[in-house]
Design a protein around this ligand. Structure first.
Ligand SMILES: Cc1cc2nc3c(=O)[nH]c(=O)nc-3n(C[C@H](O)[C@H](O)[C@H](O)COP(=O)(O)O)c2cc1C
Length: 327
């Protein structure tokens, strides 16, 4: 996830129970683009013990080939192509989710990349741009160009991050394509993961926002599927998690107020599981200093520290849309 899954976040997650695979933030690919050094670090310094796929976003075939070639020198699990980003400033450039309007362009990109990438070539996509008219054609291309793994967010680009996820279309993809499919969209808990796997028949799930809210989710899913007891997360655990986030985002060059503000992109999601009235969320948006932030955390998380953290986010609470603007 852009501005979230950097090296520090990936390494922190691994302390709570890693996902099986990571995907980097996307490398923007265009004429003369270089590999972003910060994103590259999440590959070269990855000590999580889990493989990491390098994600690309772009449309220029020569540049995608050039960047894919450069990336093969690094320890990547494979190259992942982003066909899902719904941010208007991105899709207007005809990259990410914007490409779902043009299956012919996608076909040319698949053709070029597939013949050049000797390792795994995977795709992250949505079910369409503003309709699902191209969906079957897209699935056909996934098969024709022997894509190795499909991560499918069951919404169109225009549906952004809200509303129902079309799990029926994820099921259709599972039944149609020859590669494993990861179901994506609103996999909010280990119980939801179980339900989505049952409903779609997917090989696994991809988790975005709920990994920020609940970094224990991957271990909880693993335990649930193994028939082991699932750890109950308490408000005291969440307090320690916020302290952890504070520590990993600390930089000498960052003023305290900016540091606290930078944490809000995480707190926006964490807050949807703290209290049903959204008081933590509302308070969090106002804090300006470390003292104010941890006073707020003390009030909401340490008054009854043994209370369980909600398994699911509260339905009436939403993170700020600005925190969901990139894919
Ligand atoms: C802040 C943020 C950044 C994201 N960045 C990316 C990205 O760089 N690449 C990508 O494939 N998806 C990205 N996504 C989308 C997620 O991977 C996922 O498809 C989407 O959030 C739906 O899954 P969820 O309900 O588990 O969050 C991003 C999502 C968020 C909220």
């Amino acid at each position: 996830m852009q501005d979230v899954t950097d090296l520090a976040f990936m390494q922190m997650l691994s302390e709570y129970g890693c996902p099986d695979y990571y995907v980097t933030e996307y490398f923007r690919v265009y004429a003369n683009s270089n590999l972003d050094k910060k994103i590259l670090k999440s590959i070269t310094c990855n000590t999580t013990g889990r493989p990491v796929f390098a994600q690309l976003i772009g449309e220029s075939i020569p540049d995608m080939l050039r960047i894919a070639q450069q990336l093969t020198k690094y320890p990547i699990a494979g190259i992942d192509l982003n066909l899902g980003c719904p941010a208007p400033r991105v899709y207007r450039k005809n990259v990410g989710g914007g490409l779902l309007r043009e299956p012919e362009t996608i076909e040319r990109i698949f053709d070029a990349l597939r013949s050049q990438i000797s390792g795994l070539f995977t795709v992250k996509m949505r079910v369409g741009f503003d309709s699902t008219d191209n969906f079957e054609k897209l699935l056909y291309l996934i098969n024709q160009y022997q894509i190795d793994l499909l991560s499918l967010h069951g919404r169109t680009v225009k549906e952004l991050y809200r509303g129902e996820v079309h799990y029926d279309l994820i099921r259709q993809a599972v039944q149609t394509v020859n590669c494993p499919v990861l179901a994506n969209g609103n996999v909010t808990s280990y119980l939801k993961a179980e339900q989505v796997i049952q409903e779609t028949g997917a090989a696994g799930v991809m988790i975005g926002r709920s990994a920020i809210r609940n970094p224990w989710i991957f271990q909880q899913i693993r335990d649930r599927f193994a028939g082991n007891p699932v750890q109950v997360i308490t408000l005291a655990d969440v307090y320690k998690y916020i302290q952890h986030l504070f520590a990993i985002t600390c930089q000498d060059t960052l003023r305290e107020k900016s540091h606290v503000n930078s944490l809000k992109k995480f707190l926006n999601f964490i807050g949807t599981g703290i209290d049903p009235e959204g008081k933590f969320l509302a308070g969090m948006r106002l804090v300006q200093s470390k003292q104010e932030l941890f006073d707020l955390c003390d009030r909401h998380l340490l008054t009854n520290p043994e209370l369980p953290f909600a398994i699911e986010p509260y339905e009436n609470l939403v993170a700020r849309p600005s925190c969901e603007s990139c894919e």
